[in-house]
Structure formats: structure tokens, C-alpha cells
Design a protein around this ligand. Structure first.
Ligand code: ZN
Length: 100
């Protein structure tokens, strides 16, 4: 089977995997909104909405679908969320003795 014959199947599989999901890049705990970008071969691929880069094709497991809420500030800002408000998704590492 030629590679070009696999492209529509790959695109359909990626659409199914990332439908109504967010994405993580590699082992990162940051969750990005999913956008789609059509490559030079005419095949649409899932990409982070904020254009964060990664190494690979995305089909090799570098991009992983997740049900986590979007934690990337750029993606949240692109989605119209007010990112100047305190981040309720950001875990507190430690509490300051003095008010900030
Ligand atoms: Zn992002």
C-alpha cells in the first residue's frame, strides 16, 4: 500500500482520537487546545492552538489526546478567557508567609 493511500486513513484516525479532546506534548503536564493544520501533503493534522512547537510528525505519539482542561495560558487567551485572573487550575506549590 502506498503512503498516499494511508494519508486519509491517518487523518480520519487523528480526527477520531482528538475529537472533543485537548492535547499534551510528550510528557508535559500542560494541556493545549486542539487546532488543525493541513500539511503540504494535503492531510490535516492536530496541532496545539497556541502554535507551540514539538519535534516529530505528531503521529508517532508526540501529541497525546487528553480529557484534561486546557491549562496552557496562550491557548486559554486565544479562546477568549481572561488569563489575568488568578489561575484556578494552577497548583499551589507552597503558601507565602507574607502577602504578595
Ligand atoms: Zn497551548
Amino acid at each position: 500500500m502506498q503512503v498516499t493511500a494511508l494519508a486519509p486513513r491517518l487523518a480520519a484516525a487523528q480526527r477520531q482520537v482528538f475529537a472533543n479532546r485537548r492535547m499534551r506534548i510528550g510528557r508535559s503536564k500542560v494541556s493545549h487546545a486542539v487546532a488543525w493544520q493541513t500539511g503540504a501533503d494535503g492531510v490535516p493534522r492536530p496541532v496545539p492552538a497556541c502554535h507551540t512547537g514539538w519535534w516529530g510528525t505528531g503521529a508517532g505519539g508526540e501529541l497525546m489526546a487528553t480529557r484534561w482542561p486546557v491549562t496552557c495560558r496562550r491557548c486559554r487567551r486565544i479562546d477568549g478567557e481572561d488569563t489575568t485572573a488568578p489561575d484556578v487550575l494552577q497548583l499551589e506549590l507552597f503558601r507565602l508567609d507574607t502577602p504578595g
